[in-house]
Design a protein around this ligand. Sequence first.
Ligand SMILES: *[C@@H]1O[C@H](CO)[C@@H](O)[C@H](O)[C@H]1NC(C)=O
Ligand SMILES: *[C@@H]1O[C@H](CO)[C@@H](O)[C@H](O)[C@H]1NC(C)=O
Length: 197
Amino acid sequence: MASYTVTALGILCTFGLVSCQFVSLGSCPEVKLQENFDLDRYLGKWYENRRYANWFSLFSNCVTAEYTKLSETSVKVNNTGWLYLSNESDTAIGNAIVQEGAKLGVRFSEFSPYGNYWVLSTDYTSHSIVWSCEESPKGAIQFNSQLLWILSRSPEGLSETELDRLFDILHGYGINTDIRKLKPTKQTNCFGRSINM
Ligand SMILES: *[C@@H]1O[C@H](CO)[C@@H](O)[C@H](O)[C@H]1NC(C)=O
Ligand SMILES: *[C@@H]1O[C@H](CO)[C@@H](O)[C@H](O)[C@H]1NC(C)=O
């Protein structure tokens, strides 16, 4: 999202014209990224366990992301979900590039800029925390817009203990994990999936 969009949203939000899910006051929080990020171990299929409410996946559940290596720094992204209003599957094919360490960029059209895809924490075998933050230009009032996903390797998700540990990491950076903002993604009774039907 371009920063002027963030500013515009921030202003509309301040005056109560739009839902303020996407924008908060202040600059982006400082975070640590996953050290020694290993792309090869990160590839394959992930299940969306939780996400910030966002306009591009408002009405989908059963969301998976599959990453396939194209080169040392480029990955094919296949995001597939189920649109529960129209009862049909929805796939977005994109491309991710490794920018530096665990900082990746992802886009779903060759005409759009890469959006941030920062891996804050992953153990490659059970969880990943993916985060992005955009800031409005420095000015009198600063806004930021964050996106957050928790992914799991298993459609069954994560244990309470593991989730608590991930929430602790996020709270340490001042990142909001309120259930009204970070919503669980339904991964049960997914059509066409033999597991967990
Ligand atoms: C994307 O993933 C879905 C679900 O796993 C699969 O059915 C579909 O064939 C994949 N599409 C491409 C182009 O890879
Ligand atoms: C939704 O689509 C699935 C898979 O195509 C089908 O089995 C199911 O009957 C549909 N449900 C409704 C309510 O139409």
